[in-house]
Design a binder for this molecule. Structure first.
Ligand SMILES: *Cc1c(COP(=O)(O)O)cnc(C)c1O
Ligand SMILES: [Zn+2]
Length: 417
């Protein structure tokens, strides 16, 4: 793959050839996360803003020369990427801001941002001739792998905490995955999946371990910048669990800066739940994430519940190198953000998606953003993923349905006529 120079350990800088099943630096075990290092001259000879303007493919594969797959590798048929970027003036005005957009990745084929990574996982597993792919997940990465695997008839084994929302488990079973409901946390599911992958030789999609996952996630930054006519925003808000999405957001922007397609690096603000604040705490206290012990994570936003964020090196790099920050939000603020975002934009988010907006709300109150900043909030998952939380959030606003008999009289009475 001539557009890739090598894979490079984030800890020691050692480099490796870009094999599809090269995961981590052996000198640093599972902590030795690798970055994909590109040859931007080769990339610039294959793709440009002008060639993109002529390309009718709306999916992430319009950026194929920028992602770590062979030019002739077949890609899964589902429509991954190409999600809408909505300008949201009412939402902005409510916060005293002038320019806010919502990037709605609830509109992916399995209804979360994770499809961007799992699409790459499918291609890499096939390049590696793997019989079986596996992943652990809080639910969405699993559903994404499960759906994309179904689209190409790829056997897979999934590990999720037994407490995952029903909708996510329903997706796994419906797509025909082999499903392990682990009695324990996401962190337990992760360790078990890693052990199983090792024992059975499965292709390992795990977040913060497989170096190619953030390379799929970075396509969101390409889309945001292309949708804004290559005028990069000033600030991007994204919720953070393992830290793979935020690392990908940064990597995409980094690529575009190297290519000279954008002229500045947006500040990236990572939003964590107060009860799952490993990275925010490390950021505030200046702690080393290679030695900081796991925390006990608890939050209503199941998708960002991570006691030991697996992609913490890339997450910290994203915030540090972009001049960004971490903010934390309470579960109450996350739930409140669901109907507020929905009513001001028409976008229905799951708790982890709404958390990014709750983070913007807090940042605006704290003066972390200014009125003229051009701000993008990424919704990472559909509200239909967790209807129980949505009902709870709606109840908190006092919203109640009227119970009526099928008669207009009842409707009039309900309306108070
Ligand atoms: C996975 C996920 C996140 C967080 O992504 P990380 O890479 O784990 O930080 C946020 N929101 C949703 C809906 C997700 O599924
Ligand atoms: Zn190393």
């Amino acid at each position: 793959m001539s557009h890739i120079k090598h894979l490079q350990c984030l800890i020691c800088g050692r480099t490796f050839p870009p094999e599809p099943d090269r995961y981590v630096c052996p000198d640093h075990g599972n902590e030795g996360i690798l970055d994909v290092v590109y040859d931007y001259d080769v990339i610039a000879s294959r793709i440009s803003p002008q060639s993109l303007a002529q390309n009718p493919d709306p999916t992430i594969w319009r950026y194929k020369p920028l992602v770590p797959v062979a030019p002739d590798s077949p890609v899964p048929p589902l429509t991954v990427g190409g999600t809408p970027l909505y300008e949201t003036p009412r939402l902005a005005a409510g916060l005293g801001l002038n320019h806010v957009w919502v990037k709605d990745d609830g509109r992916e084929p399995t209804a979360s941002f994770k499809d961007r990574a799992s699409a790459i996982a499918i291609v890499k597993a096939r390049e590696a001739d793997a019989a079986i792919i596996t992943t652990a997940s809080t639910g969405n990465a699993a559903a994404a792998l499960s759906g994309l695997a179904a689209s190409v008839n790829q056997p897979n084994v999934i590990f999720v905490p037994a407490s995952a929302p029903q909708a996510k488990i329903a997706q796994l079973l419906t797509f025909g995955s082999t499903v392990m409901l682990v009695e324990g946390t996401y962190d337990d599911a992760f360790e078990l999946c890693m052990e199983a992958a090792d024992a059975f030789g499965w292709y390992n999609r795990n977040t913060g371990y497989n170096p190619y996952m953030s390379e799929g996630k970075k396509t969101v930054s390409y889309e945001i910048c292309e949708q804004l006519d290559w005028q990069a925003p000033d600030v991007i808000f994204v919720s953070v669990g393992d830290g793979c999405i935020i690392g990908g957001v940064y990597k995409g922007l980094y690529d575009l800066l190297q290519l000279g397609w954008i002229d500045h690096m947006p500040r990236i603000i990572g939003v964590q739940a107060r009860g799952s604040n490993y990275l925010a705490e490390a950021w505030e206290k200046g702690e080393d994430v290679l030695t900081k012990p796991p925390i006990d994570a608890h939050t209503v936003a199941d998708s960002i519940s991570a006691g030991l964020p697996r992609d913490r090196l890339k997450a910290m790099r994203a915030v540090r190198e972009s001049g960004g920050a971490f903010v934390t939000v309470s579960d109450e603020a996350i739930l409140q953000a669901i109907p507020e975002l929905a009513q001001k934009t028409g976008v229905f988010a799951e708790p982890a998606g709404a958390a990014a907006y709750a983070g913007l709300r807090k940042a605006a109150a704290q003066g972390l953003v200014s009125p003229d900043d051009r701000i993008v909030v990424i919704n990472t998952g559909s509200g239909l993923k967790d209807v129980t939380s949505a009902m709870k959030a709606a109840a908190m606003t006092g919203a109640e349905p009227y119970f009526v008999k099928p008669s207009l009289e009842d409707v009039k009475r309900a309306l108070g006529d």
